[in-house]
Ligand binder design. Sequence first.
Ligand SMILES: [Zn+2]
Ligand SMILES: [Zn+2]
Length: 571
Amino acid sequence: MARGGTASPKQTPTDWVTRAADDAIRHAERLGTDRVITCASGASPSGPIHLGNLREFLTVHFVAEEIRRRGLPVRHLHSWDDYDRFRKVPAGVDPSWADHIGRPLSAVPDPWACHASWAEHFKAPLRAALAELGVEMEEVSQTERYRAGAYRDQILTAVAQRGNIERVMSRYRTKSAPVPETEEEAASLAESVADAEDDSTGVGDLARFPYKPYCRECGRDTTTVTSYDDETTDLAYTCTACGFEGVTNLSTQHEGKLVWKVDWPMRWSVEGVDFEPGGVDHATPGSSYTVGKELVKEIYGGRAPSFVGYSFVGAGGQVKMSSSRGGVPTAADALKILEAPILRWLYVRRQPKQAFNVDFGAEVVRLYDEWDALGRKAADPAKRDPHVLAFERASSTAAAGVLPTPPVVVPFRVLSSVADVTAGSAEQISRIVSHVGHEHATVEELEPRLTKAMTWTTEFVPASERTTVRSSPDTERLSALDEDEQLWLAQLLDRMPDELDLAPITELIYGVPKLTRGLGLDDVPTEQVKADQKQFFRLLYNLLVDADRGPRLPTLFVALGAAKVRSLLGG
Ligand SMILES: [Zn+2]
Ligand SMILES: [Zn+2]
């Protein structure tokens, strides 16, 4: 297939996704035509897949989507590095799991006993979140690939060329490690330390052997290669954990894996990877991408994929995590409060090298407002710019089309404040929302936003910021009202209808102080009236919610209903 699709018509906005897709297509063209362009992601299911890890998946997803939109054959290939060793027992897990350290993640039992293995336990919630996010990918289990002997030839090549591999690796190893100054550098350093562990695989001149068997007896990678026969490809090892001494044949038995820095470039060549992102630490000198780039050429005659380094994603606001462990929120946590397109938007609207936080606190309200405003702008074709492009990438995929958004868009601040005031059911909130100016036929028309607003209000807004409606009138305060206050409340209760709707009740609440100064409801407030309004509003908050401020008063009135308001205001 001809790959002429990269040229964009004039006026079409571009962004980092456009450029990364251009690079991936260029890479694919060099490797020959009639190929499916491969955009690869990889993750180790060693723990909860947090919002930082999610960037790996979404970066690849957006680039693959862009290529798909240009009509080119493309796949998002995801590797689960479940053949990696289990490194340590996290807090909250039975300490006896220490027995499994050194075994592949796919061979460690699930401490929560709900999945087939440790690895599957952490893959499952991410799969569900990705489905909601509209991310479709071809998944590969590295355990399955290695065990099936899929890399047999590449392993034999690497082992035969171990001298060349060591020549490349040693050039980087001699560089002295800097003291880490940033989180990324620290991660990079941690990676080097992990590599150093990997590096020591055998005795004598086998110390840097690029392949490590898992012990046939105990399943751990605590093995030391003691001899290797290049003719027969017999590899002898001893296990320091259980004392087993065994021989595995690299041509016929598939019991181990290549060390990480060789494993990654090996897969680039086997899978024909054209694009693969990584944490920015992967691209520093001596890191796995830099070394892999040389090794793939040197050992496999391949060409490293085009690369995008991405930065850290954190979390802000009060984060309450129900599903995850380890103190970091996951995609599933974020999807409890953010519509899928909005979560996608957080990742696509920024350059990968920009770090950011997903905020679970008050920012959520502003984020929804910003998103809704962008949606209105995107509806006008004349306003198409990079911001609108990000909106488009966030809101739909080639396969799924437009991702679920509410048919009737009600500001998140309205839904959450009604949920806050009523602490009520979806039906009750829906009814009130109709009365505050957002007509809709069914509760479903407010979904998925309504449920997320309810969840956010009850689970993420601190108790101190929640609204607590008084259960009974403040009789003490009501008996101590001054003359103005008595007049305001009398006017209000006298004119308040039994059925409350937003526009008339807004006019009345703002108008009461005007009436008591001899003005009409429609009159422009004087300075005196404005001062009175302030006093009056505070009085209402005191009497209704036992606070000096709260949600917008008209919304509060409609949410509470006339009867409740009357009872609390002494009517
Ligand atoms: Zn489980
Ligand atoms: Zn053993």
